[in-house]
Ligand binder design. Sequence first.
Ligand SMILES: [Zn+2]
Ligand SMILES: [Zn+2]
Length: 612
Amino acid sequence: MPFEHSGEIDASTHDSLYRIRHSLAHVLAQAVLEIREGATLGFGPPISDGFYYDFVLPEPITEADFPELERQMRRILKKGQRFYHEELPKDEALARIDEMGEPYKREYAEELCEKNGIDALSFYRNGPFVDMCEGPHVDTTKEIPRDAFKLRSVAGAYWRGDSRNTMMTRIYAWAFEDKTALDAHVEAYELALERDHKKLGRELDIYTIDNEIGRGLPLWLPNGTVIRDELEKLACELEFIDGYQRVATPHIAKQDLFYRTGHLPYYADDMYPPMELVEETEHGETVKEAYVLRPMNCPHHHKIFASSLRSYRELPLRLAEYGHVYRFEDSGAVGGLLRVRGMCMNDAHIYCTEDQIADEFRNVIALYDRAYSILGLKDYSLRLSCWDPEDPQGKNKYVDEPEAWEASQAILRKILDELDLDYVEAKGEAAFYGPKIDVQFPTVTGREESVSTVQLDFAIPKRLDLKYIGPDGEEHVPYCIHRAPFSTHERFVAFLIEHFGGAFPTWLAPIQVRVLTVSEQFDAYAQQIVNELRSDFVRAELGSMSDTVSKKIREGTMRKIPNLLIVGEREVETNEVTLRRYGVRAQTTLPFATFKEKLRENIDSRALEFVL
Ligand SMILES: [Zn+2]
Ligand SMILES: [Zn+2]
């Protein structure tokens, strides 16, 4: 049983990297004690990309101390200190910890002995440093590469994660098997920081979160709203071509509906608590009813399906809506646009017969492919998410219809095979009402993220008593396909911010053109250009008046505006503009009329690049 480590990674994976990270934590502690005599120790476990150690310090350590600390650590590594293991009976062990002067270790050791009935404790010594710890370690510090670790940051952390306890100083470090792996990791980390949607979302004025509105409820600023509108417009067009019909539905519904669909009671933790309403009927009776904020749009669409007697001739019926839903994410998890409590989903539900499932799925997958290629998202992969018949919790997690599960999974497998698409199967990842195909994207930092899904639902239409009259004149239950290629605005815009690093293609960019003048005397011409572009529905604006042109260019570049137009004397005389594209060094001067025409073409074709 690991007793020193606070569980970030599985201590049973005692591979060599684990030993290196673990041993480096001891080396860091030794170095800290050298530069901060009298420091006391908390925990110092390995983590997924290195390790950390917690200290109570007589005098603070900041990142400015890192070079000195790292030098000290390298010196220790060079010495080739051997790790000695020692196991002491409880009393001797506690006396040893007292001798070490480590009150936090003492508290933890006592607790271990009392709660877990341990009667001996394990210690490791390397050089002058002794730590209560279960290991494992390298044999000597010589085995640890001296150029494959790097101190990362300092943070405050409460002893044992409890805010009633002492605040300690946590020093984080990266550590890898060699320098190449370390460099690659640091580079990916820095790229992720730079492209982080929370950072860029703030810098580019895309969204904000206000405490008086509530956690996880982003407010979309004008720039972010442009991106949403453009995505929504694209989705509407693609869906229109594929025969979808738009609907609009309210954000709330009676709680009972969600009991009928089977979302409640299982989904209760993920929903805002119900609103209890007391109303008087026309007969003067008092009725109590509970309403909920909907966590999904499906039941509302199902009710539209049920609003008239349907014939097989109306199928497939494809109902689409960018619909708002609310999910009560755990407060610890809420943050940025990726973990929110209110979101707007690129939703649609396709009602069809069993014979139509394959065609509809093929069309949906083709629509996903068109949508993603417009955005330049190529390297996605598919995952067929199935139920897990062996899951002991299965009865609560999945509709209990084994045959329907196998049959619908077989349909999806066959479609994927026929389309010759690569996919992996994942057991236990299905929705509770049916299997799904998840679309997985690699992120800029190499993580894989499930961005959207297509689901085949064989269960809920039956529960809600949906039916259509078949060619045989009998009632039949339709299948339902749930799909959302652009996921939610929140999730998808976060993904796109990171994908484009905030530098959106012109058609998607909040500001498409900013016009800058070399001096104030050309402002009238610049304003005329802005007006002409705006009357052609181009999001154009005038750059600030008073700055120097180089400052204006810098500012426009920081805002990642795709097209900066610079106008001066020559441009005014010849009716030209000088174009400076984001990320392109060379400027091009061309007639304004030509620019306007090419720009229109570029926007209309939703091109990723602007080729003149
Ligand atoms: Zn250790
Ligand atoms: Zn749905």
